[in-house]
Design a protein around this ligand. Structure first.
Ligand SMILES: Cc1ncc(C[n+]2csc(CCOP(=O)(O)OP(=O)(O)O)c2C)c(N)n1
Length: 200
């Protein structure tokens, strides 16, 4: 499975990937997370075909769209497409749509959206976690006690991780690129500690 945002789908490399995947019969499921916005640009404004699951058509790649707010629907559709990709030895395109609850990054206040759009994106009926919670409760799997227990254990785990980070010494600059690349790359070695950028 290869996952990307809607913003990727207007980059040439994506179309080249679809083309070669179909030509070479690669069992790849391309999963596009469509939250209708790439940074500050809407899919409607930037995509001549905004129904993204259809965009594999030029490469004879079958596509499906699923409600990305529904965890179980995503699981079922993804499972089915992965099985078909393996059995039929061919790629598929899966578009999972949902709403982006905040801006693109911590420095993006999402001013390109109206207050109504921002509120709707964050509404409980559009929140995948709230929806999944209700599904589990209805199935008798999640009780109030269990929900409290899970919430408390997650909070404890996150607090412990944050405390660990806050209380750890600052890492040495020479370790900046550790675990970034599998093998050394030229640009990396040019930006190691001797680089003026890092001079004290
Ligand atoms: C190859 C490449 N081109 C351009 C960018 C700049 N860029 C960063 S995020 C982004 C848009 C991402 O859109 P999407 O995947 O829909 O993410 P979202 O805005 O919903 O977080 C772009 C164009 C990049 N990171 N890499």
């Amino acid at each position: 499975m290869c996952q990307m945002g809607d913003g990727t789908t207007n980059i040439g490399a994506w179309h080249e990937s679809l083309n070669i995947a179909k030509l070479w019969n690669l069992p790849v499921v391309f999963v596009v997370i469509n939250n209708f916005t790439g940074m500050g640009t809407t899919v409607e404004m930037s995509s001549a075909e905004p129904e993204l699951y259809k965009r594999g058509a030029a490469f004879r790649i079958e596509g499906e769209r699923v409600d990305g707010r529904d965890v179980l629907a995503v699981r079922d559709t993804a499972t089915r497409l992965v099985e078909r990709a393996r059995e039929e030895q061919t790629p598929f395109l899966l578009e999972a749509w949902s709403y982006r609850q905040k801006g693109h990054s911590v420095v993006d206040p999402a001013k390109y959206r109206t207050d109504e759009q921002r509120e709707s994106a964050r509404a409980e009926e559009n929140d995948p976690i709230v929806i999944f919670d209700a599904q589990l409760a209805k199935a008798g799997i999640l009780t109030d006690d269990l929900r409290d227990e899970i919430a408390a254990s997650v909070k404890a785990e996150v607090t412990e991780a944050a405390d660990f980070a806050e209380n750890s010494p600052k890492p040495d600059v020479s370790t900046l690129f550790d675990y970034t690349y599998a093998t050394p790359v030229p640009n990396e070695s040019r930006r190691m500690p001797a680089d003026p950028v890092f001079a004290e």
